[in-house]
Design a binder for this molecule. Sequence first.
Ligand code: ADP
Length: 378
Amino acid sequence: MSHILTINAGSSSLKYALYEAAAQPRVVARGKVGRIGGAARLQPEGGEDIGLPEGTDHGGALVAVLEALETSHPEARIEVVGHRIVHGGPDHAAPIVLTDTVLTELEGYCPYAPLHQPHNLAGVRAAMAAFPEARQVACFDTAFHRGHPFVNDTFALPRAYYEKGVRRYGFHGLSYDYIAGEIARRAPGLSRVVVAHLGNGASMCALRDGASVASTMGFSALDGLPMGTRSGQLDPGVVLYLMDQEGMSAEEISDLLYKESGLKGMSGISNDMRELEASDHPHAAEAIDYFTFRIRRELGALAAVLGGLDGVVFCGGIGENSAMIRGRVCDGMAWLGIALDTEANAANAPVISTGAVRVMVIPTDEEIVIARAALALS
Ligand code: ADP
């Protein structure tokens, strides 16, 4: 039987999933390789961890995944490979078949997402080498947001920068695409919905009838909410100050904003919400306060963009599992029509509201969006 492999290659990890290529693709295996570049480990879901040679790169990681899949699923014939690609630039509003020409174009977007795009493309190259006969499909995190109205697509800079591609792209598009489909299935007719994707990376998206109209993320995946290690929204004057007064280079500022800020930087303890929730240190409490404060603020702003609110969806590791964060976000939001069912919230139930606004917890699934898109283009 024909199979689809999905690949989500990050800076130090490569997540994979194997699907049967049926009308409704069925997942038969999934897992990840962690700590690529260091003490890499293959972690198949439901299986034993396997240590890989020190310094294994993305190519080596993919070879290890394929060897493991050959052993566990010898019947698999991988004919299509779907890739998560963080940046599709201004023009890609849909998945696309990868060719050498497309790959060259996508390399041009590396300066827009220097910490993600090169790793995504390394995954593509590794897969092209491993499966020269397979069709390779790119699914972009930016594509779902390309229909934003101009006011949500631009910055107030001289026009030339917009033309050069300095725009508000928005990210987590594969997750929002999946959630939009689930909303249509579970609550048809729910029109004005704010989705909070709260994981290590975090953003929010305003959906009108299933289409994205605004996102908290902008030109880069730094904007909007504070995240595990990313600052979220920041006055650009802070960056100027860091350059002029602290003498920091672009690389040092990039490290600060992407890797040392957010929950980790504010708490000085961890980027991991579970650890912060368990800590009694006041800085952990302040980091959680700031996180929920910013989500509440964006919720109000996105409800204003939509002209009202019919639903809220929580997803991502924190959104799906932390009753405390959901409770804190929704507390005192009766003015917006939000009232939580405390027991349902504590149980991570699919619907956790009693008020006019339907509040839902929906586990997201970016891989199935990639698998469906890859299949549709094959
Ligand atoms: P990524 O963006 O890397 O895919 P995830 O969506 O897996 O991240 O989310 C990771 C975050 O979810 C971490 O901060 C983790 O602590 C948090 N998380 C997972 N389970 C829980 C839980 N039960 N309670 C609170 N936070 C949780």
